[in-house]
Design a protein around this ligand. Structure first.
Ligand SMILES: C[S@@+](CC[C@H](N)C(=O)[O-])C[C@H]1O[C@@H](n2cnc3c(N)ncnc32)[C@H](O)[C@@H]1O
Length: 232
């Protein structure tokens, strides 16, 4: 049995998905039933990246009440990856209210323990993520570092056997480079919102000369999900 299906984790996930649906409904509405979805996505990703690059803190502060969370199918995939990898040390860039964190920490719990380092710019979001983890009984497995990942992840204290990149779109490559010395051979790197529009992160991880094997995956496909394995 896995803890996603019954008990505290399952109950917490059910509640947070209900809250997330309400909190993010208006944000998501613009993409629903859009006739020219591909063009709309390309334009909105470009605009998003431009605004992030101008001032990442104030840009994300505008989303302080939004979950911006992974979908259930992708969450289950995170859990499966952590289990398949038998991960004990996980790093997550972009924690928000901790939905992806719940899935990854549940995998650690179901394998007997481990340590997850998450990081989040917004203190209020980090506090809500902690409360969600407490409710699910997973808080002892997770450390959430508040601040900019380029600083908070500068020292991850050892080897890392799974990485989730789900923060500012424009920072995936710098954050990966920061973590690179700590990756073990075979480490999966999951990029959520790694949209294939002029993306220097994808150019890097899709070049086997850099020591990665990478391709998009069809889980929550319109959200730009890239699955990468460190092959050095
Ligand atoms: C897409 S959301 C993460 C969703 C989360 N993984 C989940 O499934 O619930 C992205 C989050 O990354 C945070 N973020 C953006 N840039 C960051 C940075 N440079 N350092 C730390 N957190 C950052 C934002 O504040 C936002 O809450």
């Amino acid at each position: 049995m896995d803890s996603l299906s019954t008990g505290r984790v399952a109950q917490t996930l059910q509640r947070v998905f209900q809250e997330a649906e309400q909190a993010d409904r208006a944000l998501m509405a613009q993409f629903e039933n859009a006739e020219n979805l591909e063009q709309l996505m390309a334009e909105s990703v470009a605009e998003h990246r431009e605004q992030e690059c101008r001032d990442v803190r104030s840009f994300y502060h505008g989303y302080v009440n939004n979950y911006l969370n992974v979908e259930p199918a992708y969450g289950r995939f995170l859990y499966q990856c952590a289990r398949a990898r038998q991960a004990t040390r996980i790093v997550e860039f972009g924690t928000s209210m901790g939905v992806s964190t719940l899935y990854l920490a549940a995998a650690l719990r179901d394998m007997g323990g481990g340590h997850l380092i998450g990081t989040e710019l917004e203190p209020d979001k980090a506090a809500r993520a902690r409360a969600n983890l407490e409710e699910a009984g997973l808080a002892d497995l997770v450390e959430i570092r508040v601040g900019d990942a380029r600083e908070t992840l500068a020292d991850v204290g050892g080897e890392v056997d799974l990485v989730l990149l789900d923060g500012a779109f424009s920072l995936y490559l710098p954050v990966l480079k920061l973590l690179e010395p700590h990756l073990k051979s075979g480490t999966p790197i999951l990029g959520e919102n790694a949209f294939d529009y002029d993306n220097e992160y994808l150019t890097y991880v899709r070049n086997p000369m850099n020591g990665y094997l990478s391709q998009p995956i069809p889980i929550s496909a319109c959200r730009g999900n890239e699955f990468t394995v460190f092959t050095r």
